[in-house]
Design a protein. Structure first.
Length: 143
């Protein structure tokens, strides 16, 4: 299973979050291909691809700063949705022959990996639901 953290550790800052770093690099790759003149043929696709790929990293960053697990999970779920949306737009760009099959595989796989890295983290956060980040969940007192 792919881990969202650099080395299965507690992330002390955003740079420790491997999935965040991957999202930033993948968005840079998308930005590079969007500078090609051929994307001028479909401005809507260019805009959608730019917006969806550009949202993934910032959503992870914003989620990282939330105070509860539930809030964090919500942002990570949105980031996963944007990663999958980007994967869909990349497929359309390949279908329009704006990018090569190799680019589809390479960039598409990166966004698939990002979404797969976020899924177990989201599930964990939804189950744990700590009220304060960095503190263990309260245990029932049995009163």
């Amino acid at each position: 299973m792919v881990c969202a953290f650099a080395v299965r550790m507690k992330a002390k800052n955003l740079d420790d979050v491997l999935v965040y770093r991957k999202a930033v690099l993948a968005a840079d790759e998308v930005s590079a291909i969007l500078r090609r003149p051929i994307f001028g043929r479909d401005l809507e696709l260019r805009d959608q691809l730019s917006r969806s790929s550009g949202r993934v990293g910032p959503l992870i960053a914003e989620g990282f700063g939330q105070s509860t697990d539930r809030q964090m999970a919500d942002y990570y779920a949105r980031a996963r949705g944007s990663a999958l949306e980007t994967r869909g737009h990349i497929a359309k760009a390949a279908g329009e022959q704006f990018i090569s099959a190799e680019e589809l595989a390479t960039i598409g796989d990166k966004y698939t990996e990002i979404s797969k890295m976020l899924t177990p983290w989201i599930n964990y956060l939804q189950r744990s639901n700590w009220k304060t980040r960095g503190q263990p969940p309260e245990t029932p007192t049995g009163d």
